[in-house]
Design a protein around this ligand. Structure first.
Ligand code: UD1
Length: 352
């Protein structure tokens, strides 16, 4: 029918979830897709599990970029993506990236220097904190992108303030598509055996939170003293520091969770504490109160009515947020769960 070929660059756990729904939508439009896995996340529980569970097409190549300092990690990906594209018999129509990780900026830079149009899913988000590597990644990616898909009008406005108005489409959030598609399947499975009866769900992976052991210890002390268990699937980065911390028996540790187990846990949790971007939205969609262990968020809409509260790692702020319940009735945010279909349709029309 048409000859649109999209080269998708993904490498970190949340990008696999987003790609799962967009890949299906591209296929439904007859758009050919090839996936490059940068190898940023490489442990089976951070990567292979997601491809298997969510039926994501196998990557054409894994670049094995692995871990390392930001410059080194990003440079390895950049060089390897460029090599991969140059070694193909034809150029793709466009290269698609998601979110704000080092894989995102590496894909966007490689493509733009080869004059391949860049498609950015989750464009226009801003924390206005330039110390976050993710903020640099998303600002730079937006500025080299030709099609920019925003989760909400806030993203559109942020882009307009930076002079980006062409190719901008508010389509909603593809993670909402994923949650709508996969929650019924996840809840139909057995309850993850490690889940306590009643619990709060904790995730933490930002270096700003995990690299300072005394701050992390004080958070764990606060959580350990609560009258309810904390369930904490631990990111590999943090695992290495756990031996140096005192963990109350009230805090139940787990390996990183597969996506369905994470959806099950979210659904069963009393509330969520996190420094993740994606989990703030997922908590909202599951109609759970969220305490965000950061001082700012890109997902400002979730703050309305105290559904999401920003506390950083301050024990008093966490305790205050704990006692404050949402003040408004829940309403849908970030689209209608059909963002991936819209994205595929716009790509088809734009490149046909
Ligand atoms: C990355 C993204 C972050 C995103 C997160 C999603 C950047 C700058 N950060 O953070 O925006 O929210 O992914 O999960 O791109 N590690 C392993 N096994 C793995 C992967 C990582 O052991 O499979 C350990 C390594 O010690 C590594 C550390 O985790 O150095 C950090 O990994 P990295 O990919 O650099 O960043 P994340 O913290 O995962």
């Amino acid at each position: 029918m048409n000859h649109i070929t999209v080269l998708t660059v993904i490498g970190a756990r949340p990008q696999f979830v987003k790609a799962a729904v967009v890949s299906r939508a591209l296929a439904n439009e007859g758009i050919k897709e090839q996936i490059i896995h940068t190898g940023q996340h490489y442990d089976a529980l951070m990567s292979a599990t997601f491809f298997d569970e969510l039926n994501i097409p196998q990557p054409a190549v894994n670049l094995d970029a692995g871990s390392g300092n930001h410059g080194k990690q990003t440079a390895r990906m950049l060089e390897n993506i460029e090599n991969y594209v140059l070694n193909q018999s034809s150029k793709p129509t466009a290269l698609m990236v998601y979110g704000d990780t080092n894989s995102t900026i590496a894909g966007a830079l490689a493509a733009t220097k080869l004059h391949i149009p860049v498609i950015h899913v989750e464009a226009g988000l801003r924390s206005f904190n330039r110390k976050m590597p993710e903020e640099i990644n998303r600002v730079l990616t937006d500025h080299v992108s030709e099609l920019l898909f925003c989760s909400s009008d806030e993203g559109v406005q942020n882009l307009a303030k930076e002079g980006i108005t062409d190719g901008v489409h508010p389509v909603g959030d593809v993670m909402y598509d994923a949650i709508k598609t996969f929650t019924p399947i996840a809840l139909n499975q057995d309850r993850p055996p490690s889940l306590p009866g009643k619990f709060v769900l904790l995730t933490l992976h930002r270096p700003a939170n995990t690299d300072d052991h005394s701050k992390l210890q004080s958070l764990l002390d606060t959580l350990g003293s609560l009258p309810i268990s904390t369930f904490w699937p631990v990111h590999p980065r943090v695992k290495q520091t756990l031996e140096q911390l005192n963990i109350s028996p009230n805090i139940i540790l787990s390996e990183p969770l597969a996506y369905f187990d994470m959806l099950y846990s979210l659904h069963s949790a009393e509330l969520v504490l996190t420094d993740s971007g994606g989990l703030q939205k997922e908590a909202y969609w599951m109609q759970k109160k969220c305490i965000t262990l950061r001082d700012e968020t890109e997902w400002v809409e979730t703050l309305e009515g105290n559904w999401n509260q920003l506390t950083g790692l301050h024990p008093q702020k966490i305790t205050d947020a704990w006692h404050k319940e949402p003040e408004t009735s829940w309403k849908p945010l970030y689209g209608d769960g059909k963002a991936s279909e819209k994205i595929a349709g716009i790509i088809r029309d734009y490149f046909s």
